[in-house]
Design a protein around this ligand. Sequence first.
Ligand SMILES: NC(=O)c1ccc[n+]([C@@H]2O[C@H](COP(=O)([O-])OP(=O)(O)OC[C@H]3O[C@@H](n4cnc5c(N)ncnc54)[C@H](O)[C@@H]3O)[C@@H](O)[C@H]2O)c1
Length: 319
Amino acid sequence: MASLVTLTDGYVQRHDLTLVEYRDASSGAGHHSILRRQATMPVNKAHDDAGKGRPEGPFKGRVAVVTGAGRGIGLAIARKLGSAGAQVVVNDLSSVADAAAAELRESGTGAVAFVGDITRDGVPEQLVEAAIDSFGSLDIIVNNAGYATYAPVLEMTDGQWAPMLDLLLTAPFRILRAAGPHLVKPAEHLRKVVNVSSVGGISGSPNSAGYAAAKAGLLGLTRTLAKEWGPYGVTVNAVAPGLVRTRLTEGPAGGHDHIDIAGERLPLIGAPLTELESMVPLRRIGTPEDIAGAVYMLCLSEADYVSGETLVVGGGWMP
Ligand SMILES: NC(=O)c1ccc[n+]([C@@H]2O[C@H](COP(=O)([O-])OP(=O)(O)OC[C@H]3O[C@@H](n4cnc5c(N)ncnc54)[C@H](O)[C@@H]3O)[C@@H](O)[C@H]2O)c1
């Protein structure tokens, strides 16, 4: 089940999206998935409300989609883009997306939540549709949702490998494929895609081969789309965070010994971050705001001639 929350004149409306799986009756072979919308109310045109008391800034009137924006780096990105005037579609797996969108609206940002697992068939397309239904256009996409599974390659199961490719590579591909027709529409400004990769995607990440491979693949997708969509006025870049303090990296030392992903409980591992600080030339672990600042920079018009690039945001550290 995915859901979309929209806001009109102070009233929140919820639209439920149900994933229906069925077997082909004629052949009896194969499962197919369709997404059926159960909207009980007409979808809100939130852009009618745009401009009323919204934050001023370089992205005023622009519409941004940020995946995995209920917490951590994604939330910091949503806050940063929103504070610079963008209207934001906040995606995450659970009600953390609702809370984040509510917080953004409190600060004057036009924001809607889209609760849904972007690895499920049809959800990437619904996410793009939600942005268009809510705000009427699409200007910035930040593919951020992610986590890592841990095992050395010789012990890594298909069940640890495949979800990494699904979430970190296939979901961004599907979101961007669905968004493409909207992004390439003529506009006075360039449209912006920023994919959140990782230093692990550049230099490898022992015990996280699926994660590193998918993050490296995301850089390939970034460079390819920069070439395909550049002629239409779209820049496509990546940021590659180093060590950033979130629940994923704080792990057990930070009181987070597991995460729940789509009904599965996954263990978190890792050394206390303070032990790793001395590796970083700038002598501190990054914050979600550090990464949000880099995404913001790439979305500015001052970066309009930057495309196909990967901006490492790691305090000078590269594993
Ligand atoms: N924290 C770091 O040090 C670090 C370093 C390099 C890269 N990154 C990348 O930054 C991104 C954000 O990570 P974070 O550290 O903020 O983690 P986080 O766990 O704080 O936030 C990630 C969010 O993504 C959401 N998410 C996971 N699967 C999803 C799905 N299928 N559909 C929708 N949402 C989903 C989670 O619910 C969570 O809220 C990830 O792509 C991660 O790989 C993080």
